[in-house]
Design a protein around this ligand. Structure first.
Ligand code: FE2
Length: 418
């Protein structure tokens, strides 16, 4: 996190005695990144933060991955994976109900439609989580305090932050789970970490906990996602006393939200490439968002993108808002993912290029992840796939006898962004 915050009761000097009204010492914990050499916070606990009374295996949902082989662009309909929010079938757990859509050894993308039951207490010891809220609202209770969430929020939860999701309404959650930290791009930051003038957002847009969240309890289970070798596994730890016992903390490491609406799009005289839409970065991947915005103003500009072969990246677009009627023929709709892998050029169909000339505004909203290592398909990705998409540019598949895969409309999305 780029800036300092203090919440609740902390002593004037770090690593000095801090006592409750009865004179008992609080237990100080440093929660720090990169050992003791990067951002950190100091937490003051009522109980001993390391006091566990049990540890058992937590069986994670299916984490298997299938390579994108033979290589194809993919269209995944995430809304097909769960019943509609609030349906009689109920919702899934915000943590244990996540279905793995795509992943590699740097990042995993999961998707879940929740009900209103809280998740278990949970922390991800593998990396930071950036959960995009496609719809719904609620709060995330954390060891550092409570952060409300709403539609279009990114919820950033640092590695090993104990928390739980408490939806107040069924929520569609798109969970980006890194094996690293997730932060604003370095080029947006001053040498001391302040967001610079050219950055498309600033500290005022980042919303961390405002007060402590104290809960009494004993024998409290916490699910811990971690690694064994290269595998993602889980452990169910039971704590002697409730982990939400922090009376105060201060530092630069804490969960926060950022709402996509607060991103100020950067536009240009001609088409601007995706890096102007970047919001966060992790190790070997970036997160960008495309918002409704004015587009190119050169008299001969072509607002839709040129064909591009991102030779070092797999590109994942998640379509979350806007009018997709104009994209008839590709199958892309709200809740769709397109995966355009490295080794393959992609872009709009020729008729979309003509159709975009003279456009002054794009209305679509999308969240994009570019990875620098190939993505593989999780069980959720395989279950949500539209197999016709790969052939939609040509309008036919070699195996279908020359018939258009999608009829006369056959063609890729007229999406404007990537
Ligand atoms: Fe692209």
């Amino acid at each position: 996190m780029p800036y300092y915050r203090t919440v609740g009761s902390v002593p004037p000097k770090r690593h000095t005695q801090h006592r409750d009204p009865e004179g008992r010492l609080y237990y100080e914990e440093l929660m720090g990144e990169e050992g003791f050499s990067s951002d950190s916070s100091l937490l003051y606990h009522r109980g001993v933060p390391s006091a566990i009374v049990d540890s058992q295996v937590w069986e994670l949902p299916d984490q298997t991955r299938a390579p994108n082989h033979p290589l194809k662009p993919r269209h995944l309909r995430l809304h097909s994976l769960f019943p509609e929010p609030g349906s009689a079938a109920g919702g899934a757990c915000p943590v244990e109900g996540r279905r793995l859509v795509l992943g590699n050894n740097d990042v995993r993308i999961g998707y879940v439609v929740t009900g209103t039951d809280p998740s278990p207490y949970y922390r991800n010891a593998i990396g930071d989580e950036c959960v995009y809220v496609e719809s719904g609202s609620g709060v995330v209770e954390t060891v550092l305090g409570v952060i409300p969430y709403r539609a279009q929020d990114y919820v950033l939860v640092p590695r090993s932050t104990t928390h739980r999701w408490v939806p107040s309404e069924p929520s569609r959650l798109y969970a980006i789970e890194a094996n690293s930290h997730i932060a604003p791009p370095k080029r947006y930051l001053s040498r001391f970490g302040q967001l610079l003038e050219h950055a498309p957002y600033c500290e005022r847009d980042l919303h961390g906990p405002g007060e402590t969240h104290l809960v009494e309890g004993s024998d409290v289970e916490v699910l811990v996602k971690h690694r064994v070798g290269g595998a993602v596994v889980g452990t169910r730890m039971t704590y002697d006393t409730h982990p939400f016992d922090v009376v105060g903390w201060d530092g630069c490491l804490y969960p926060y939200t950022f709402n996509l609406e607060d991103y100020m799009p950067i536009t240009g005289k001609v088409h601007q490439p995706p890096p102007v839409h970047q919001v966060f970065e992790g190790w070997n991947f970036v997160v960008c968002n495309f918002l409704p915005r004015k587009v190119d103003y050169h008299p001969l500009s072509i607002p839709v993108p040129y064909y591009h072969s991102n030779v070092d990246s797999d590109e994942v677009m998640f379509y979350v808002g806007g009018d997709y009627e104009a994209r008839k023929g590709s199958g892309i709709a709200l809740g769709s993912i397109s995966l355009h892998p490295g080794g393959y050029a992609h872009g709009p169909q020729p008729s979309a290029i003509e159709a975009s000339l003279g456009a002054e505004k794009f209305e679509e909203t999308a969240v994009m992840i570019d990875t620098f290592a190939p993505l593989e398909l999780g069980e959720g990705g395989l279950a949500a796939e539209d197999p016709a998409y790969a052939w939609s540019w040509a309008g036919r598949h070699a195996g279908d006898g020359g018939t258009s895969a999608r009829g006369e409309d056959g063609g890729p999305a007229v999406y404007s962004n990537s």
